[in-house]
Design a protein around this ligand. Structure first.
Ligand code: GDP
Ligand code: MG
Length: 181
C-alpha cells in the first residue's frame, strides 16, 4: 500500500534520526544525556560525537529514536554526514550567550539551503537552552521566536539541568514533526 520505493528519502514511521546542532558549549550533550538518562551529568568528553538510540513511545506509537550529538569546532563545514541522514534537526543555542545565538544562525542558513534542494523538507526545531541562567540572559525569548519564525521552525526554551519532561517534550515534538515530514 505504501509508496515508499524509489530514491525519495522517507522517514520510516518506526524510526527517526535526529541531529542536534549548535556551537560548542551550548548544551547539546547535556540535553542528549538528560533525555536519555533523565539526569544532568557534566562528566563527559566534550569532543565526542556519537549516535545514541532510544526506544520511545510518542502519541501511543513506538519509535526508535536515534540522536546524533554532533561536535563541530568550526561550525557547519563538514555537514554532509548529517544532512542526508537526518529526519529532523534540533538547533541549539544558550540563552546566556549571544555568540551561541549568532552561531546557530549559521546552522539555520545551512539547513535552509539544504532544504531548498532536498525533498521532503527536513523539519527544524530551534531550542534556547540554559533557561535556568535567566539572570545572565543575553538572548531575549522574543529574539528566539523571531529567528524561528524567519526560518519557519518551532521554538522552545528549556534547561538541561531542570525538569526532564520539558526536555523530553522537545525530543518527542521532533518525532512528531519528522512523522509529518
Ligand atoms: P555541547 O558542547 O553543546 O555539547 O555542550 P555541553 O553539553 O558539553 O555543555 C557545556 C557546558 O554547559 C557544560 O559545563 C554543561 O554542564 C553546561 N550546561 C549544559 N546545559 C546546561 C543548562 O541547561 N544549564 C546550565 N546552567 N548549564 C548547562
Ligand atoms: Mg558535546
Amino acid at each position: 500500500m505504501s509508496m515508499m520505493f524509489g530514491k525519495v528519502k522517507t522517514c520510516n514511521p518506526a524510526e527517526c534520526n535526529l541531529v542536534i546542532l549548535g556551537v560548542m558549549g551550548c548544551g547539546k550533550s547535556a540535553l542528549t544525556v538528560k533525555f536519555l538518562t533523565k539526569r544532568f551529568i557534566t562528566e563527559y568528553d566534550p569532543n565526542l560525537e556519537d549516535v545514541y538510540s532510544s526506544e520511545e513511545v510518542v502519541d501511543q506509537q513506538p519509535v526508535t529514536l536515534r540522536v546524533m550529538d554532533t561536535c563541530e569546532q568550526e561550525g557547519p563545514v563538514n555537514s554532509e554526514r548529517y544532512l542526508s541522514w537526518a529526519n529532523v534537526f534540533l538547533v541549539v543555542y544558550s540563552i546566556d550567550n549571544m555568540e551561541s545565538f549568532n552561531g546557530c544562525q549559521l546552522y539555520l542558513q545551512t539547513l535552509a539551503s539544504h532544504n531548498k534542494t532536498f525533498r521532503p523538507q527536513t523539519p527544524i526545531i530551534l531550542l534556547g537552552n540554559k533557561k535556568d541562567m535567566d539572570r545572565y540572559r543575553q538572548v531575549r525569548q522574543s529574539d528566539g521566536e523571531a529567528l524561528a519564525s524567519h526560518f519557519g521552525c518551532v521554538f522552545f526554551e528549556v534547561s538541561a539541568c531542570q525538569d526532564f519532561h520539558s526536555v523530553q517534550q522537545v525530543f518527542h515534538e521532533a518525532v512528531r514533526r519528522a512523522r509529518k515530514g
